[in-house]
Design a binder for this molecule. Structure first.
Ligand code: SIN
Length: 281
């Protein structure tokens, strides 16, 4: 049976209606996966997922990803990372606080970057905290030939800690050791759909080819300005119990800040590509 869907953005981002992820059968899951890949971002509202059900669904989408930042992982289900500004006994319960997040794609600084990220909204602030998505395949497609020539065949370096950005917290040495800087192509081909996209993560990128730091930063800023044009961007408004799934090979995302006195609590999981699809994707 074909899923009921509603397009949300200009050519990408889809809402999938009337699907309960907790009890999803294999055929429906395959349709959700197809819709998600075709539209790069999928939103499913009104979900009720235990931690086990969240991890189970994630694993059925692909091999489970476990985040290197172990201080923000669930103790019972380390595949779940908390994204939150909520504190308990003076300590942050989750990562990323309430500040603005720069445009990025998830875990680009790893050898095998996470393919799909899922975020399940448990508490949503009344104002702010919106996550914006930028369609990097459309941004690449729309590039004039001369601009494409400046990205095709190039590589960029991605780091867990971009030194030129203000840090939220120090990265412990054992996490830096697990995530040494990585070079990936600046243009990547989707592992299933053969579609090309910019691989842009300005919040992690520290260099392009042999360009100087200043020239790389200028180039990264130029590419971000291009890819973050309104025509490539969609910003959903979070609702409690939303599950949003995004394809890190095809979109970048950023987040608005929100008032510190408001509580935002998200459970985030992710899944890899199967090893046989190759690295990089
Ligand atoms: C993330 O970058 O994975 C988190 C985004 C958000 O908090 O909206």
């Amino acid at each position: 049976m074909a899923l009921q869907t509603r397009m949300l953005g200009e050519g990408f981002a889809v809402e999938i209606l009337d699907v309960d992820l907790a009890g999803i059968d294999d055929a429906t899951l395959a349709e959700v996966r197809d819709q998600w890949m075709a539209h790069k971002v999928a939103i499913l509202r009104d979900q009720t997922l235990s931690d086990d059900a969240l991890v189970d669904f994630t694993e059925r989408m692909g091999p489970l990803f476990v985040h290197v930042r172990d201080q923000f992982r669930s103790l019972e289900r380390p595949e779940i990372m908390y994204i939150s500004n909520v504190e308990e006994d003076g300590r942050p319960l989750g990562a990323l606080g309430n500040g603005e997040l720069h445009w990025h794609s998830d875990q680009t600084y790893t050898r095998r970057p996470v393919f799909g990220t899922m975020m399940y909204a448990i508490k949503v602030p009344e104002a702010g905290g919106d996550t914006w998505f930028g369609d990097l395949a459309a941004a690449y497609d729309a590039m004039p030939t001369a601009m494409r020539a400046t990205v095709d065949g190039r590589k960029a370096c991605y780091s867990i800690e971009k030194k030129s950005l203000k840090r939220r917290y120090e990265t412990p040495q054992h996490q830096k050791d697990q995530a040494p800087d990585q070079w990936h192509p600046l243009v990547r081909t989707h592992p299933y759909l053969d579609r090309k996209a910019l691989y842009l993560s300005p919040g992690h990128m520290t260099g392009i080819d042999a360009l100087s730091f200043e020239d790389s930063e200028a180039e990264i800023a130029r590419l971000q300005d291009w890819a973050a044009q309104d025509r490539f961007v969609y910003k959903p408004r979070w609702r409690k119990n939303d599950v949003v799934i995004w394809d890190n090979s095809s979109v970048m995302h950023r987040r608005d800040s929100f008032p510190p006195e408001q509580r935002r609590f998200m459970k985030r999981t992710g899944f890899h590509l199967p090893e046989e699809r190759g690295v990089p994707f």
